[in-house]
Design a binder for this molecule. Structure first.
Ligand code: ADP
Ligand code: MG
Length: 699
């Protein structure tokens, strides 16, 4: 192995992390900065210049010429604006400069970022503020400084600000609980996240040859291929050479950025893959997941490929999600969701478990919203994807324990199971007590919960904001009671049994993909928002406003603006998709099919004149079929065009979003059906774009 490739050597080599700070900052400055990071305190203005100077020197030594405040506006992707370090010193000369002020605060023009009505035109200004808890790093010759982004009036315009606030909320609430169980030393309770990222890699030429992929990141037409994923031969299969080369370079790039890319493999669908990092503190996990997605997208063309992060690039083929593994630990690393050898006796674990179950049940709607986007709507409820109903899977053993607490029966702990494979030399292996249920949207997996609804292209911040805040509320309610009680053990047992009883409807261990579950969930009173707009409408329900206000995570104004933005982006995405379909139909598909009909007709005429008795029933039937379909396609096109025009005239984004859902999408589906049928009877060479079969089996 090339020495440069050694992981420990390159790991975090582009990150201004604790080691670099210790080595480069004066001791008192370093200590003060570490205090700021550890306790979430405000930075001492006096040290900012020193930190900035050290950062700049380090960055320049690593080849950087620019710096950028890097932030996460509500567009779902990241934003950056680069400034060179240079500063004129007279005599036509410049020096490299970077001040504390520039480090701490930026003033980007906020007018082009979504604000959901928070920004009047005369207040185009916005601020970015350094988040010292997330390390600065170097990429493409720039020093990236992770920042929060807010409006001139101080409202958060990004996903990071409420996330940091929610982490603070769960830390405070969690600390109160661990103190009650005798932990007097922990300073913080930290939420941790490991985000498994699914994605597709396809040939770049195919990507460019389809306007739907190019404009929308997913196909809007496409007949199912003859072979799909039924053989399941792709999952965990050997990596194709090109993919393997891509993954190797991606790993190197991520390691340099301090991202612990750990696992990579083929996913279930052809051309689908997964990358998983090792978990870390939530805000860093969010930053790193965004960086990972960006690196994937940018690196793929180098290998002649395009990376698709959309949730459902191909109809009828598995979609991509992001498994958001979430847990809680103390700052010293003790996992608070670890059941231990004897979960029945581990009351602290059971209390945290109860807190999560309560939170998920009370705020099903918010969790659903956190995974609701126009493109994730195409995935949820489809192949291998959780339905729109939220439920919690605990696994056989924990479920039995929770049930025994509910009905007051004795719980018999199961023995650890071992199995021998009966093969000499192969060791006996221990079976995990938490089994797996891949169909559950929210599954307990040993010492963490795995929220599987989030879409592959999404920012995971909102999902974790909701989890942190909702669980913080449960913990706060429990702490309020437990801190006052004179009989701690009895009160604790009562909280556990009351909570499990009250929220048992959210527990489900069966097949979440089945239609029976949909009916049962309804009977249990669980919510089932099938589309993103249906879910968005509930974001500002009173209980939700109260929750976020209580913990200072989002104000009502911030929530209302976000609700606007949800609808606005849904409207925009659907608008682009509808227009792309219209354009593809008139400019690619109709001309191609019409030309093919013309070619067949020429053949028919020529054959007929060459041989009077020739049997032309096949050609004639195809001509008849295609010309009838063509007429129907055009009709469907006109209907879609009309609906799209009607959508444009809707006064509000909310109205438009619902109109897209109820009226435009069915018209898109209708047009697609006709076009996909035509695809199956049109000659391969005559079809104007690569087909599913061409694309997904190529690499
Ligand atoms: P799988 O879901 O396939 O079983 P793993 O067990 O490898 O996968 O874990 C998946 C992800 O969960 C990884 O990113 C891992 O780092 C993360 N994870 C493990 N423990 C925790 C934890 N305590 N908090 C958050 N994420 C965790
Ligand atoms: Mg997983």
């Amino acid at each position: 192995m090339n020495k440069l490739d050694s992981i420990p050597e390159i790991f975090a080599s582009c990150v201004f992390n604790e080691d670099v700070m210790r080595a480069r900052l004066p001791k008192d400055v370093y200590t003060s900065l570490m205090n700021t990071i550890a306790n979430g305190k405000e930075i001492d203005a006096g040290i900012a210049d020193v930190v900035a100077g050290a950062m700049k020197d380090w960055a320049i030594e690593h080849g950087a010429t620019h710096f950028t405040h890097w932030f996460q506006p509500l567009t779902g992707v990241t934003a950056e604006k680069h400034d060179a370090f240079l500063s004129p010193v007279g005599g036509g000369k410049v020096i490299m400069e970077f001040s504390g002020k520039e480090l701490i605060r930026g003033e980007p023009d906020a007018s082009s970022f979504p604000s959901g009505g928070l920004r009047a035109t005369f207040e185009a200004r916005g601020y970015t503020a350094w988040d010292p808890a997330s390390y600065a790093f170097i990429k493409d010759g720039s020093l990236y400084i992770p920042t929060a982004f807010c409006s001139y009036g101080g409202e958060a315009l990004d996903t990071k600000t409420p996330l940091l606030r929610s982490m603070d909320a769960i830390s405070k609430a969690g600390l109160r609980i661990v103190r009650l169980f005798g932990d007097s030393t922990s300073k913080r309770v930290v939420s941790t996240v490991g985000a498994e990222q699914e994605y597709f890699l396809i040939d770049e030429d195919d990507f460019k040859a389809r306007r739907d992929l190019y404009y929308c990141g997913r196909t809007l037409f496409g007949a199912p291929p003859v072979k799909g994923q039924e053989l399941e031969d792709h999952y965990f299969g050997a990596l194709p050479t090109r993919v393997s080369a891509f993954m190797k370079e991606l790993d190197q790039e991520l390691w340099r950025l301090g991202i612990t890319s750990k696992t990579k493999h083929n996913e279930a669908a052809p051309s689908q893959h997964e990358l998983a990092p090792i978990f870390c503190t939530t805000n860093i996990a969010v930053d790193q997941n965004l960086l990972t997605m960006e690196c994937m997208r940018k690196l793929a063309p180098k290998f002649g490929m395009a990376c698709l992060l959309a949730e459902k690039p191909f109809e009828g083929i598995n979609g991509s999600g992001k498994h958001n593994n979430w847990s809680l630990s103390t700052d010293s690393g003790k996992n608070l969701l670890k059941p231990g050898k004897n979960p029945g006796e581990n009351k602290q674990f059971l209390l945290f478990l109860a807190a999560v179950i309560r939170a998920v049940d009370e705020y099903q709607d918010l969790l659903r919203i956190s995974a609701a986007t126009a493109s994730n709507d195409c995935r949820l409820g489809g192949h291998e994807a959780p339905p729109a109903i939220i439920s919690v899977f605990l696994g056989e053993e924990l479920e039995a324990l929770v049930n025994s607490i509910i009905d007051g029966s004795r719980y018999a702990k199961r023995d650890t199971k071992y199995m021998s494979l009966g093969t000499p030399g192969v060791p006996t292996i221990r079976k995990d007590n938490t089994d797996r249920n891949r169909t559950s949207p929210f599954a307990f997996t040993g010492n963490k919960f795995e929220f599987r609804m989030v879409g592959s292209g999404q920012n995971i911040a909102l999902a974790n904001i909701v989890l942190n805040t909702a669980v913080a509320e449960s913990l706060t309610i429990f702490a309020d009671i437990l801190e006052e009680t004179v009989d701690f053990d009895r009160t604790l047992d009562k909280i556990l049994s009351d909570t499990f009883k009250l929220h048992s409807r959210i527990l489900f261990s069966g097949n979440s993909y089945s239609s029976e579950w949909e009916a049962e969930a309804k009977a249990r009173g669980l919510s089932n928002f099938k589309s993103a707009p249906d879910a968005y409408a509930h974001f500002t329900d009173e209980k939700n406003i109260k929750l976020f206000a209580k913990f200072g995570v989002m104000s009502e104004t911030e929530m209302r603006s976000r609700r606007e933005i949800f609808f606005e982006s849904y409207r925009k995405i659907k608008n682009i998709e509808a227009r792309t379909m219209l354009e593809m139909t008139t400019r690619d598909i109709i001309p191609a099919v019409s030309k093919y009909i013309g070619e067949l007709s020429t053949t028919v005429n020529a054959t007929r004149s060459a041989c009077k008795g020739a049997n032309l029933s096949c050609e004639c039937e195809i001509i008849e079929k295609l010309s009838a379909s063509l007429a129907k396609a055009y009709e469907a096109h006109v209907a879609l065009e009309r609906a799209e025009r009607a959508a444009l005239s809707k006064a509000t984004d909310e109205e438009a979003a619902f109109f897209y859902k109820s009226t435009v999408i069915p018209k898109m589906d209708a047009l697609r059906k006709i076009v996909d049928d035509m695809e199956t009877v049109t000659a391969r060479d005559a079809w104007p774009m690569p087909t599913y079969g061409d694309i997904i089996f190529k690499i």
